[in-house]
Design a protein. Structure first.
Length: 141
């Protein structure tokens, strides 16, 4: 790695100190770092700052009742979700119901017509039988 510009050196040193460089970038930066006292100083300073930042946060205790609230919420059953049916679905159901009712009414009508036609055939057969008997009586020797 050739000597980077000052701004790039600071960016790379900070990223290297935090372990944020890729293995390839870290290898190239380490090669540069071996020959640059200034880069070594920058990395050491950034590592010191990172260590101080890690230790600077106050230890925060969870608030009272946090565990009970979390466990209570986890144990609470989820309310059943009601999915609203699509108007298209309701329309299809209504059309199916009307079609079924129409077919039922048609079947009743056809059955009534079949009974009426059966009675007409029986009546016509009886009339025809009577006329045949009359013709047989007239034309018999």
């Amino acid at each position: 790695m050739s000597a980077p510009e000052q701004e790039t050196l600071q960016d790379l040193a900070a990223a290297y100190a935090l372990g944020a460089l890729s293995p390839d970038e870290a290898g190239r930066f380490e090669a540069f770092l071996a020959g640059s006292v200034e880069a070594q100083r920058e990395v050491a300073e950034y590592r010191d700052v990172a260590a101080l930042l890690a230790l600077s946060g106050a230890d925060a205790e969870p608030g009272p009742g946090l565990r009970e609230r979390v466990v209570g919420r986890a144990r609470r059953p989820e309310p059943a979700t009601y999915r609203r049916r699509s108007p298209l679905l309701w329309g299809a159901l209504a059309a199916s119901l009307l079609a079924a009712l129409g077919l039922g009414a048609g079947m009743v009508s056809v059955r009534g017509e079949a009974v009426r036609l059966r009675a007409l055939v029986d009546s016509t057969s009886a009339t025809l039988a009577a006329r045949e008997a009359t013709l047989d009586a007239i034309f018999s020797p």
